[in-house]
Design a protein around this ligand. Structure first.
Ligand code: GLA
Length: 383
């Protein structure tokens, strides 16, 4: 059987003049529900995509990290001990950031040669950056003889993105990439750090989970994400609570009266979305797919109208999917572009794809990329 990483070891040998000691991989993710919630200490429910970033690597004795990426410009070559935020951009910053973050956490990190192959679509809201960070993190940790669990490596990867790359993301994507399992969604409580694997096999119930990549490039590096995050932090401060996780749905109406008008819808989204995640996990455990679908659609409305992070293309994808028989549909990830997801009867997946493609064409949008996603494994060593 050929694998997507066949040939990567050969390419490594051609690039670095020796064989790699191993190949590691880490996936992108789809978040089923629980959006803009991780940085509010709440609950999220992502699963891992089968699309992954692969890292062939071997240690070096001179303390240097040398990295290349297939089909991408740029390279990294620097002493690990000299890496510091601010000098690098693009993919080399993510690679360097992970090694830097491991050292910031007090670990001894060896130099390494690494050849990367990123198979997660970039800018599609499917966490290609977390896949890259986590692939490097598992490879670097093993080559350096470090025994770090999934949560520790996820935090290293998040630290790299926050403090080295400069993107103020939460922990969801890195935790999903590290800890998800094939056949399951990961119910992750960011506050308690409890993780529960919840069976997620829509195909066994005659359903499919479609990813609709609008091809509108999204970037969490721009100001809107940071703006939403600081609005939530300010609101928690005004309310005198550590985070919006501490506001229950029952007290929401009272609490909203204490907040400035423009903050009200943001807080309403966060509090109602956390409740929807808990309900969605219950629905999954009970095999209540219709219920899950309704929660997904309600999540989209909340993100569109209250949190204001959707985009016209995402709304068209969601509305068209629902009109074509989806049980539920929503944007996934940070928003402002990227991907939507739709839970559909498997036998109407083709019709839905055609309907969304037509709807995009008739509005003059570029064609979307649509594929069925099944939950794959988290970060791992492959060979
Ligand atoms: C991006 C961030 C995550 C999360 C989502 C929104 O993917 O990296 O931490 O905040 O947006 O849910």
């Amino acid at each position: 059987m050929t694998t997507p990483y066949d040939g990567l070891a050969d390419r490594f040998a051609a690039t670095f003049g020796r064989a790699p000691v191993g190949v590691w991989a880490a996936p992108g993710r789809v978040n089923l529900i629980g959006e803009h919630i991780d940085y509010n200490d709440g609950l999220v429910l992502p699963f891992a995509l089968s699309q992954r970033t692969y890292a062939a690597a071997a240690p070096r004795d001179d303390g240097v990290v040398a990295a290349r990426m297939l089909e991408a410009d740029g390279s990294l070559s620097d002493a690990v001990a000299r890496l510091e935020p601010g000098r690098l951009t693009e993919w080399p910053a993510y690679v360097a950031g992970v090694l830097w973050a491991l050292r910031e956490y007090g670990h001894d990190v060896r130099g390494m040669d690494v050849l990367l192959d990123g198979q997660v679509p970039v800018g599609a809201g499917l966490s290609s950056s977390a896949a890259l960070e986590c692939a490097v993190a598992v490879a670097a940790a093993e080559l350096s003889g470090l025994r770090l669990d999934d949560a520790a490596l996820a935090k290293v990867a998040q630290r790299a993105e926050n403090d080295f790359v400069g993107v103020p993301c939460g922990l969801m994507d890195q935790m999903a990439s590290m800890a998800c399992e094939a056949g399951f969604a990961l119910l992750y409580d960011v506050r308690s750090e409890q993780a529960e694997q919840v069976p997620f096999a829509p195909q066994e119930s005659g359903l499919a989970l479609l990813v609709i990549d609008t091809k509108v490039k999204h970037s969490v590096g721009d100001g809107a994400y940071a703006d939403r995050r600081s609005t939530c932090e300010e609101a928690a401060k005004t309310l005198g609570v550590p985070s919006l996780r501490d506001v229950s749905p029952a007290e929401l109406e009272d609490v909203l009266r204490k907040l400035p008008a423009d903050t009200v819808p943001r807080v309403r989204h966060v509090v109602t979305e956390i409740a929807r995640v808990a309900a969605a996990a219950d629905a999954l455990r009970a095999g209540e797919w219709r219920q899950l679908g309704e929660l997904m659609s309600a999540s989209h409305v909340s993100l569109r109208d209250d949190y204001e992070v959707s985009a016209e293309e995402l709304d068209v994808a969601v509305d068209t999917a629902l009109g074509a028989g989806a049980l539920g549909a929503r944007m996934t990830g940070a928003g402002f572009g990227g991907s939507a997801i739709a839970l559909v009867p498997a036998d109407s997946a083709d019709d839905l794809e055609a309907a969304v493609t037509d709807a995009f064409a008739s509005r003059g949008f570029g064609p979307p990329a649509i594929f069925a996603a099944e939950p794959g494994p988290g970060a791992t060593r492959l060979s």
